[in-house]
Design a protein around this ligand. Structure first.
Ligand code: AHR
Length: 340
C-alpha cells in the first residue's frame, strides 16, 4: 500500500473507530485493507503502456518488466493499449478498481486525461507519467513525470542534418534542400515536440524547404507506405526526417524499392530519432545518416521515484533524460555499448 493510501486508510480507521465508539458497539472489524497486492507486502504497480509499435517501445516495456519484479518488491501488471488513448483510459479505470498502489502512465496522446486522472486522485492512487506528457491545467493530477525533451530532440535534428550534409560534402546553407517528414502518432508529445522543434529551428536555414509531412504512426509498415507515396509525389527528395527509427527503416525499404539510394553515400539523407540498436546497424550498413537519441530505459527511474515516495521523500515533478546524437561514421565504434 502506498503512503498516500496508508494515510487515507488511517484516517478512515480513525473515523470508523470514533463512530463505533460513539455507538458503543465495542466490536466489529476496523482493520484497513492490507497491501493492494493482497497483503503480500508487494507494491502493486499498474503500467498503462502505449503499445508495441517500435523497437523503442519494446525496450521501454522490457525496462519496466525487468525492474518491477517480485524480487524487487513489486507486483506488476501492464496493459498494452495498442496505440489507442481510449484503451488507456479504460485501463486506468481498471487499475483504480483493482486498487493498485501506483499507476504508471505512458500516454499515447496528450489531450483528454483530466477526468480519468481526477478519478485516480479521488481514489488516492498516485500517477507517475513516463515518456510522453499530458496536457492539463491541473498539475495535482500526477505526482511526477520522467521522459525526453522532444522539442530539444527536434532542435538537435536540425543541427544533426546540417552536420550529416556536411559529412557527405553538401553545404547545408547553399542550394535548395528538399525535405519530407514522417511524423509519429499525431497529438503525441513525441510527434508534437519533434515536429515543432524541427520546424522552428530549420528557419535558420532559409534554403531548406519542407515539401510534405505525414504521419506514419511510429510504425515501420506505415512509415514505408507514406514514404512510397512521397516518392511518387516528389521525385527529387533530398532528406527524410523520420520521427522514429522504425519509420526510417520503412522509408529506407521504400527508397531502395524505388531504385534510389540513401545514407552517407546515397542521394537521400536519412535523419531519425531513437537511436535503437537496429539504427546503428542501419548506419553501419550505410543506409541511415544520423539518429537522435530518445532513451527508453525508464524502469529504474520510475522505481527510484516510487522508492522515494514510499520513504516520504519529495520527488522532482518533472525530470528530463539526457540524450545524445549519433552519426553513421561513429556507429561501428559505439554499437556494442548500446543497451537497447
Ligand atoms: O514516445 C517515444 C516514441 O514512441 C519513440 O520515438 C517511438 O519509437 C515510440 O513509439
Amino acid at each position: 500500500m502506498n503512503r498516500f493510501k496508508k494515510i487515507i486508510s488511517l484516517m478512515l480507521i480513525l473515523a470508523l473507530g470514533i463512530v463505533l465508539g460513539a455507538c458503543g458497539s465495542g466490536s466489529g472489524d476496523t482493520s484497513s485493507k492490507g497491501s493492494s497486492g493482497g497483503g503480500d507486502g508487494l507494491i502493486y504497480v499498474g503500467f498503462v503502456q502505449v503499445g508495441a509499435e517500435s523497437d523503442w517501445r519494446m525496450a521501454n516495456t522490457k525496462s519496466m518488466q525487468d525492474t518491477f519484479t517480485e524480487e524487487n518488491g513489486f507486483k506488476f501488471e501492464m496493459v498494452d493499449a495498442q496505440q489507442k488513448t481510449d484503451k488507456q483510459i479504460t485501463a486506468i479505470r481498471d487499475f483504480i478498481q483493482k486498487d493498485v498502489d501506483y499507476i504508471v502512465l505512458a500516454p499515447n496522446t496528450e489531450a483528454g486525461w483530466d477526468t480519468v486522472l481526477g478519478e485516480a486522485k479521488e481514489a488516492g492512487i498516485p500517477v507517475i507519467i513516463v515518456d510522453r506528457m499530458i496536457q492539463t491545467n491541473d498539475d495535482s493530477l500526477f505526482t511526477a513525470w520522467v521522459g525526453s525533451n522532444f522539442k530539444q530532440e527536434g532542435y538537435d535534428a536540425v543541427d544533426a542534418l546540417a552536420k550529416a550534409l556536411e559529412n557527405k560534402g553538401i553545404s547545408p546553407t547553399e542550394g535548395e534542400i528538399k525535405i519530407v517528414t514522417l511524423q509519429g502518432t499525431m497529438g503525441s508529445s513525441a510527434q508534437i515536440g519533434r515536429t515543432d522543434g524541427f520546424e522552428e529551428k530549420m528557419k535558420e536555414y532559409p534554403n531548406w524547404k519542407m515539401l510534405d509531412r505525414q504521419s506514419g504512426d511510429f510504425t515501420q509498415e506505415k512509415g514505408q507506405e507514406v514514404m512510397e507515396s512521397f516518392l511518387k509525389s516528389y521525385p527529387d527528395i533530398d532528406v527524410v526526417i523520420a520521427e522514429n527509427d522504425n519509420m526510417a527503416f520503412g522509408a529506407i525499404n521504400a527508397i531502395k524499392t524505388a531504385g534510389k539510394t540513401c545514407g552517407p553515400e546515397g542521394d537521400i539523407t536519412i535523419v531519425s530519432f531513437d537511436a535503437v540498436k537496429a539504427a546503428f546497424e542501419s548506419m553501419i550498413a550505410g543506409d541511415m545518416d544520423v539518429s537522435v537519441e530518445c532513451n527508453p530505459l525508464h524502469g529504474p527511474r520510475v522505481k527510484g521515484l516510487i522508492e522515494k515516495l514510499e520513504a516520504g521523500e519529495d520527488v522532482d515533478k518533472i525530470a528530463y533524460v539526457e540524450e545524445e546524437v549519433f552519426y553513421a561514421k561513429d556507429a561501428a565504434d559505439i554499437i556494442e555499448s548500446r543497451e537497447y
